[in-house]
Design a protein around this ligand. Structure first.
Ligand SMILES: [Fe+2]
Length: 271
């Protein structure tokens, strides 16, 4: 196994490793596997996005590998009939694209998934990349004054915008309150935790007051200096850390097919 960084702000590629060799948690596999998992998890904490190229995975194998990080969680609005933990992302054209915005997944839940794992079955020749932005660096590079402001804030997150797209009732959409800056439960590092897609306002602030500060934070948190992109190839398995990374699905591939299997692993209540 070879682990190397692929961009300065975040991200590492794990080569010469078939993720199926790790088996499922609790398998009768050799004790080596715990060391391999520790190595991978350390790389995940250090680099926030891991890419495993050249995999050959069934839904069961993807779920087994992901389960080493914890329990799988279902998306509120979609899932495969036979594998409800897996969402099949397909290209339905730009107009119905629901992921072309900066966000951390499912922040409208009180305990959002700590990681999302995508496996590419079919990818465009060019385009259809996923962009990532490092929210630990984004937080660290705020001024001391702005840090002291955001450190004390909580924000409301809602899935109301998403509900409309899935023809669900926005009034019934899940919502949650989270700190605007969260501490990573494994590394202890602090990261900005807001996104244009789901954050509605700060708690005890009006929407208007919140909006001007949030607009600044949205611009700051996605500066080019914090970003890396992954250009997909079939067989790529990618996992990212929703606790400290924003992502954005770039739709620049027109109607070219792009089929990806997505799942999420449960995370702690942000604190
Ligand atoms: Fe997403």
């Amino acid at each position: 196994m070879r682990i190397s960084r692929f961009a300065a702000p975040l991200g590492a590629v794990v080569e010469d490793f078939d993720v199926r060799t790790l088996g499922a948690p609790g398998d009768q596999s050799d004790a080596n596997n715990q060391d391999i998992w520790q190595t991978l998890n350390q790389a995940f904490c250090d680099h926030h996005v891991l890419v495993f190229p050249g995999q050959n995975l069934t839904p069961e194998a993807q779920m087994a590998f992901a389960s080493h990080w914890g329990e799988l969680v279902r998306h509120p609005y979609s899932g495969l009939d036979d594998y409800p933990d897996i969402i099949e992302l397909k290209n339905f054209g730009k107009r119905v694209d629901v992921n072309q915005h900066w966000h951390s997944d499912m922040t409208y839940n009180s305990a959002p998934p700590k990681l999302t794992m995508l496996y590419a079955l079919e990818t465009p020749e060019l385009g259809g990349a996923t962009a990532f932005a490092n929210q630990i660096t984004a937080y660290e590079e705020l001024s001391a004054g702005m840090r002291s402001l955001v450190d004390g804030l909580q924000a409301e997150h809602t899935a109301a915008g998403l509900a409309g797209l899935y023809k669900a009732d926005p009034e019934q959409a899940p919502r949650a309150e989270h700190p605007v800056v969260r501490s990573h439960d494994e590394s202890g590092k602090r990261a900005l935790y807001i996104c244009r897609a789901f954050t509605r306002k700060f708690i005890n602030w009006s929407r208007e007051e919140s909006q001007s500060v949030l607009d600044y934070l949205y611009r700051h948190s996605t500066r080019m200096e914090y970003q890396a992109r992954h250009q997909w190839r079939p067989g790529d398995l990618v996992m990212w850390d929703n606790r400290c990374v924003l992502h954005y699905a770039v739709h620049d591939h027109g109607d070219e097919p792009r089929t990806i299997h997505r799942l999420q692993v449960a995370g702690p209540i942000p604190a």
